[in-house]
Design a protein around this ligand. Structure first.
Ligand SMILES: Cc1cc2nc3c(=O)[nH]c(=O)nc-3n(C[C@H](O)[C@H](O)[C@H](O)COP(=O)(O)OP(=O)(O)OC[C@H]3O[C@@H](n4cnc5c(N)ncnc54)[C@H](O)[C@@H]3O)c2cc1C
Ligand SMILES: NC(=O)c1ccc[n+]([C@@H]2O[C@H](COP(=O)([O-])OP(=O)(O)OC[C@H]3O[C@@H](n4cnc5c(N)ncnc54)[C@H](O)[C@@H]3O)[C@@H](O)[C@H]2O)c1
Length: 474
């Protein structure tokens, strides 16, 4: 039975735990999937490598409004696909080889494993591994609704849809979350007839209602949006195409023909396939591992020494920058058991790389108003890109910055941006929330470059009706 100083399940964010500290110590890295995990192979990176070319393909529509006639000649899907995965597959393989073959102190087990005790694992081939310290970085996987037709070759999740052969003519996207929004934009930008179907009227739940509403209006101008329909089945038409069949609130059937159906109905943590019960690990209601602030896994409500978790297996954000931060905390705690550091989830931002983009941090307006202490005055503002010089240059009529703050203190509670470069424009607002910089100081202290698109953020801050102290910068 091989014994290790450290055993890690998951080569995604878990891979970064193998720092020089472990040179001369024994490490087991166990991954039953593709080396490098979700973000590299089937997540953030390949999706964004499709988002950029699709934004170029959508340029003629934008340019025409500005007096520049552009034409899209052809989208070489297979060429784009092969360029993207030519890079990614090579990175995954060289990472795998480095761990498997070039590091004497690391053993890579390329198989599924289950816990048989808190620090004991059994791999699929029957190897028993024990370790002084263990990290669960097992990630999450797509969930498919339990309806007929999910096994048809035309039905995909985000794990497979990026590798399909040839650009389909018609894609049905099922779901109203991040993945649905991003892939609907990718395919629509490439000229595919996209129908996005959501169960409820509300896309991007969890986002500020006004931003989600504006996004839905913008999306409906780019692809077909249907709501109030639940997936009933996918049926094979026998000619290579399928019908995605939905039921409406009255039980009526709606059929949408498609060449590809992308099911994007959420992801579930891989903790159910881990033997968490045998290990005695506590699970939260959503299936994530329960952990304390030091990211030690709980058992019977108490932290297990030397058993840590990170990423989608333990947090509800399901975001790579959160998994990366947790990995830094866990790496420190593994190396310094006497000086544990805790994770800080202050002001976690996120972005949806759709068309238009959305970026968000902090509370929605509804959350701010409903959680405010009695007597607290909440203020908000919506500033249009089109109200700034760069917005005029772009003839923008979609983009907005929405800010939510506390009037008396000028504390920024939430920021929500819809439009071009939203994922970049949000960053000074993330900094302000993290560093607790009041709105009047952020707006009036630093210079903001004129006439950059970022002026829309400056103007939103200036327009927020917060109390400004007399000695505030002018
Ligand atoms: C399509 C898509 C786009 C995304 N885009 C973004 C984005 O733009 N920005 C962003 O911040 N986030 C994005 N995400 C989310 C992000 O990819 C994840 O939050 C992140 O990759 C999670 O990392 P992780 O280390 O927790 O898990 P993973 O990277 O999933 O690693 C877990 C690994 O554990 C292995 N494993 C699991 N169980 C076992 C077991 N029992 N035995 C052996 N091995 C096991 C798996 O094979 C896997 O390789 C996206 C996700 C998807 C699906
Ligand atoms: N840019 C990013 O940061 C990014 C991009 C992609 C994914 N991700 C992460 O991956 C996670 C998973 O993404 P996702 O879009 O799959 O999940 P999600 O939770 O964002 O959305 C799931 C959607 O599916 C719908 N749904 C659920 N069950 C359904 C059913 N049976 N029938 C019809 N609709 C159903 C829900 O109403 C919801 O609209 C996200 O939480 C996100 O954190 C992040």
């Amino acid at each position: 039975m091989p014994h290790y100083d450290l055993a890690i399940i998951g080569s995604g964010s878990g891979n970064s735990l193998i720092t020089p500290f472990w040179d001369g110590r024994k490490v087991a890295l166990v991954d039953g999937g593709v080396f490098g995990g979700t973000c590299l192979n089937v997540g953030c990176i390949p999706t964004k490598m499709f988002v950029y070319p699709t934004s170029l393909a959508a340029a003629p529509r934008e340019a025409g409004r500005l007096g520049v006639d552009l034409a899209l000649d052809k989208v070489h899907w297979n060429g784009i696909r092969d360029r993207i995965f030519g890079r990614i597959d090579a990175i995954s393989e060289s990472g795998r080889r480095y761990r498997a073959e070039e590091l004497d102190h690391v053993d890579l087990y390329q198989e599924h494993a289950r816990f048989t005790g808190p620090r004991t694992l059994r791999t699929a081939s029957g190897v028993e591994i024990t370790a002084d310290q263990v990290v669960v970085a097992a990630g999450s996987r797509p969930v498919l609704p339990d309806v007929p037709g999910m096994g048809l070759p035309q039905v995909h999740t985000s794990d497979t849809v990026m590798r399909i052969d040839g650009l389909p003519s018609r894609v049905v996207v099922v779901g109203g979350g991040y993945i649905a929004a991003e892939f609907a934009a990718i395919f629509a930008g490439f000229g595919v007839r996209v129908t996005q179907v959501n169960r409820t009227d509300r896309l991007l739940r969890g986002h500020d209602a006004e931003i989600a509403g504006r996004f839905a209006a913008a999306a409906a101008a780019r692809w077909t949006l249907r709501s109030g329909l639940a997936l009933h089945s996918v049926e094979d038409n026998g000619d290579g195409s399928v019908d995605a069949v939905f039921t409406d609130d009255d039980g009526g059937k709606v059929r949408v023909p498609a060449d590809v159906v992308l099911v994007a109905t959420g992801r579930t943590p891989n903790t159910d396939r881990l033997g968490a019960d045998a290990a005695g690990f506590d699970l939260d209601e959503d299936g994530t591992l329960a952990a304390d602030g030091y990211l030690r896994v709980l058992s019977g409500g108490k932290p297990l020494d030397g058993v840590f978790a990170l990423g989608d297996a333990v947090n509800r954000y399901q975001l790579k920058h959160v998994a990366n931060r947790e990995a830094r905390v866990v790496a420190h705690n593994l190396e310094h058991p006497g000086r544990l550091r805790s994770i800080d989830y202050t002001a976690v931002p996120s972005a949806v790389f759709s068309s238009p983009q959305i970026a968000s941090v902090g509370l929605t307006e509804d959350q701010a108003r409903s959680t405010a202490a009695p007597g607290t005055d909440i203020v908000s503002v919506v500033q249009e890109y089109g109200s700034t010089a760069y917005g005029w240059a772009m003839e923008d009529d979609e983009g907005v910055v929405k800010l939510v703050a506390e009037r008396s203190t000028g504390r920024l509670l939430g920021a929500h941006i819809l439009g071009q470069e939203a994922s970049n424009l949000i960053q000074p607002l993330v900094q302000a929330m993290y560093l607790e910089t009041p709105v009047h100081q952020l707006a009036r202290g630093p210079y903001w470059i004129h006439p950059a698109l970022m002026e829309v953020v400056e103007n939103a801050l200036l327009a927020l009706d917060v109390d400004v102290p007399e000695d505030a910068p002018l």
